[in-house]
Design a protein around this ligand. Sequence first.
Ligand code: PLP
Length: 439
Amino acid sequence: MLNLKKSAAAFAEAKTLMPGGVNSPVRSYANVGCNPPFIARAQGDKIYDIDGNEYIDYVGSWGPMVVGHAHPNVVRALQEAAARGTSYGAPTCVESDLAKLVMKVYPSIEVIRMVNSGTEATMSALRLARGYTGREKIVKFVGCYHGHSDSLLVHAGSGMATFGVPSSPGVTRGTAQDTISVPYNDVDAITKIMEEMGDEIAAVIVEPVAGNMGCVPPRQGYLRTLRRLTEQHGTLLIFDEVMCGFRASLGGAQAAYGITPDLTCLGKIIGGGLPVAAYGGRRDIMMKVSPAGPVYQAGTLSGNPLAMTAGLETLKIITAEPEPGEADYSRMLTLKTKKLLLGWQEKARKAGVAIQAHQAGSMFGIFFNEHEVWDYEDSCASDQEAFKVWFLSMLEQGIYLAPSQFETLFMSGAHSEEDIERTIDAAGNAFEQVAKSRR
Ligand SMILES: *Cc1c(COP(=O)(O)O)cnc(C)c1O
């Protein structure tokens, strides 16, 4: 049995201090029925709790830690930056350095604005889309999560899906009315809405690879349909690549699927583990943002020098030219992820447990479904009890996974071949446990 004594005590105290003991809901482990480990430190692909347990980490702080924890280049750059002062609230060169590097990999981003969270990025991109088009309605997809701003907390995935809350108290009906949600990966549904009211819709916002209903890539041609429909109606297409950016491929889903959105939201990886996100895109649209234009958006800590430094160092690592004969960083992650998933699939087959395994670059996950998973409804049909047994067995064996079926898992450059083998063996035991629990 895993010893989580100190974590249990720490959690009991935290629950008297913070709602549910946490500062973000999924961390509470509410739907897997055990206490969350409290983390003391992390290094490479390993994370350590306050009871001294070591885990191989596939959560990676929910995506950002693509080069592994405490990468020496990132740590060194941060230490040097911290010694020069932690915030000035004034322009710095490192902001431009990060902007240039991001725009090189995302040519659709002609002008960029840095913010502090993915929530802020999507919220600001929507305000901009509304300001630019003079329209009020937006379309989102059921199970896609775009942060917790009011207009986007309608049929959101992740924590919302986990807790079965379709929307949230506190979001006004007026706000919700301007948000139209349609099923993901369903061409007929979006076509119908655009034909009916496309001319009133400011923007269609989508996770081009969904990661907050579990990992669900788009159907063949789906993103192209979204591009065509939005273009026809003068509606902006916003790719929320906060999660799939630098993961679906280095250039995100837009490079992987060859679609140019009008606006892109980035987050997670671009902060290298510090609070950074960004939105950007077509110059004519972005120039409407204050002070170049009238659409207001600001931030005391936006472009913070420490945060920019962590992002810049992380992106330098993943965009570096590979050694001759070696795969580039993103390809290396994809291959490792493929190996892990093939291993899991084989173990599941041996144990007689039906799973659906999904991968987009270094994003991955499994569903305990007999049938294919294409949308939120499918992902909700995944066997929750099986997931719970699987999750707890993996945790016992030192494999740290997201405690919810609606979250995606992430590979990092720090995961060794040996650790991947260990993870595959652990999965074999975990699938056996699932099979046993069903007998
Ligand atoms: C994580 C995430 C967000 C929200 O980012 P925060 O930094 O948590 O506010 C938005 N969109 C997507 C696709 C995400 O995965």
